[in-house]
Write a protein that binds this ligand. Structure first.
Ligand SMILES: NC(=O)c1ccc[n+]([C@@H]2O[C@H](COP(=O)([O-])OP(=O)(O)OC[C@H]3O[C@@H](n4cnc5c(N)ncnc54)[C@H](O)[C@@H]3O)[C@@H](O)[C@H]2O)c1
Length: 318
C-alpha cells in the first residue's frame, strides 16, 4: 500500500516526502512536472530516487483514479494548489485547480474506499481581526475570506463535511498559516523566507508588512502535522487550524540582526490583511500535535540551510 502525495514537488510536499521516507513508507508523488528544484533543496540525492513520480493534473479525475488503482494507493495527502497571487490573477482557473482538484480527491477516496485523505486548507478562509471583534478565532468560527484563494479553500471545507456525512469519507483538513523554510518560493506570505535567505547570503532586503505580527510556522512542524494526521484515530473535527507562534515581523528582523548585526533590511509599513490569532487546541487534543519550533529556532535552521546550500559556514547566536 502507498501514499498518493499531490503537489509533492512543492515546498511542504518536499518535507513530507522526507518524513514519509524516514518512516519507511512508499510514496507516489503526483504533480504537474518532474521539477526537482525545490525537492533538491530538502532531500538527499539518495532520497530523490526513493519515490515514484507520476506526471498529472489534479483536475484530471480519470487519470487520478487510474493512478490510485495502478499504484495500490490507500491514503492521499493532497497539497497541490495555487496560492493567493495566482488565484487572484485567474479566478476561473483557481476554481478548477483549488476546488475541483480537491473535490476530485474526495471523490477518489469515496470510490476506492481509501483509509484517509489529509489535505491542506488555509487560515485564509478566515477574515480580518475586526470580523471577530479582535478575539481569538475559534476552530469552527464563520469564514470571511478576503481573497479568491481563501474562498476556494472554504468551499473545499464544506465539501469535506459533505463527503464525510454522506459517504463516510475519512478526511482531515489542516489550515496552515504563513509557512517558512527553505523551499518556500511562492505565495503572499513567502516574504519571511525571502528575508531570511537574503540575510543569510548577505543581500539587502525590503520587507513588507512591517506593522504586522504574523504566525511564524516552520515547515518541518507543518510536515509533522500532516504525517501525524495520516495515521491518527478518526477525528470528530474535519478541519483543524494549525499554528506556529504569533510574533511581530519586527522581532524576526531583530533576531536576524542578532545573527548578522550589519544586515541590510528595510521594513515597509503595513499589515498583511488577515487575522493570525486562532485556536489550535482542537488539533492538540484530537491529534496530539503542537509545534516544536520557536520563531528563533526555525529562523536559525532556515538561515543556516541557505548558507550550507551556498557553500557558506553556519553562524550561531552571538
Ligand atoms: N505555504 C504556505 O504558507 C501555506 C499556507 C496555508 C496553506 N498552504 C497550502 O499547503 C499546500 C502546499 O503548499 P506549498 O507551499 O507546498 O505550495 P507550492 O506552491 O510550493 O507547491 C504546490 C505544488 O502543487 C503543484 N500543482 C499545482 N497545481 C497542480 C495541478 N493542477 N495538478 C498537479 N499539481 C499541481 C505545483 O506544481 C507545486 O509543485 C497548498 O494546498 C497550499 O494552499 C500553504
Amino acid at each position: 500500500m502507498a501514499y498518493l502525495l499531490t503537489g509533492g514537488m512543492g515546498c511542504i510536499g518536499s518535507y513530507v516526502i522526507r518524513d514519509l521516507l524516514n518512516a519507511g513508507e512508499e510514496i507516489v508523488v503526483y504533480d504537474f512536472a518532474h521539477d526537482l528544484t525545490i525537492p533538491k533543496l530538502v532531500l538527499t540525492a539518495e532520497q530523490l530516487e526513493q519515490f515514484t513520480f507520476v506526471q498529472g493534473d489534479i483536475t484530471d479525475l480519470p487519470h487520478v483514479l487510474r493512478t490510485i488503482k495502478e499504484h495500490n494507493i490507500d491514503r492521499i495527502i493532497h497539497l497541490a494548489s495555487w496560492q493567493v497571487p495566482a488565484c487572484q490573477a485567474n479566478p476561473p482557473q483557481a476554481l478548477k485547480i483549488v476546488c475541483e482538484g480537491t473535490i476530485n480527491m474526495f471523490e477518489a477516496a469515496r470510490l476506492f474506499n481509501l483509509k484517509r485523505t489529509v489535505w491542506a486548507s488555509s487560515v485564509a478562509v478566515f477574515g480580518l481581526p475586526e470580523d471577530y471583534n479582535h478575539q481569538q478565532i475559534a476552530n469552527d468560527a464563520p469564514h470571511f475570506p478576503k481573497f479568491i484563494y481563501g474562498a476556494c479553500k472554504s468551499l473545499n471545507e464544506r465539501y469535506a463535511v459533505h463527503y464525510f456525512d454522506n459517504y463516510g469519507v475519512d478526511s482531515i483538513g489542516l489550515r496552515f498559516t504563513a509557512v517558512y523554510g527553505v523551499g518556500r518560493t511562492r505565495g503572499m506570505s513567502s516574504f519571511t523566507t525571502q528575508m531570511i535567505e537574503a540575510v543569510a547570503l548577505g543581500r539587502p532586503y525590503v520587507s513588507p508588512f512591517g506593522d504586522d505580527a504574523v504566525d511564524w510556522q516552520y515547515v518541518e512542524d507543518v510536515s509533522r502535522s500532516i504525517v501525524m494526521s495520516c495515521t491518527c484515530p478518526p477525528t470528530k473535527t474535519r478541519v483543524f487550524s494549525v499554528k506556529g507562534g504569533i510574533r511581530p515581523v519586527k522581532e524576526g528582523v531583530a533576531y536576524l540582526k542578532k545573527l548578522v548585526p550589519d544586515a541590510d533590511i528595510t521594513l515597509e509599513p503595513g499589515v498583511f490583511g488577515i487575522s493570525w490569532d486562532y485556536d489550535a487546541t482542537p488539533i492538540a487534543e484530537e491529534i496530539g500535535f503542537t509545534p516544536a519550533y520557536t520563531m528563533e529556532a526555525g529562523i536559525l535552521k532556515t538561515f543556516n540551510r541557505f548558507r550550507e546550500l551556498a557553500g557558506l559556514e553556519p553562524i550561531d547566536e552571538a
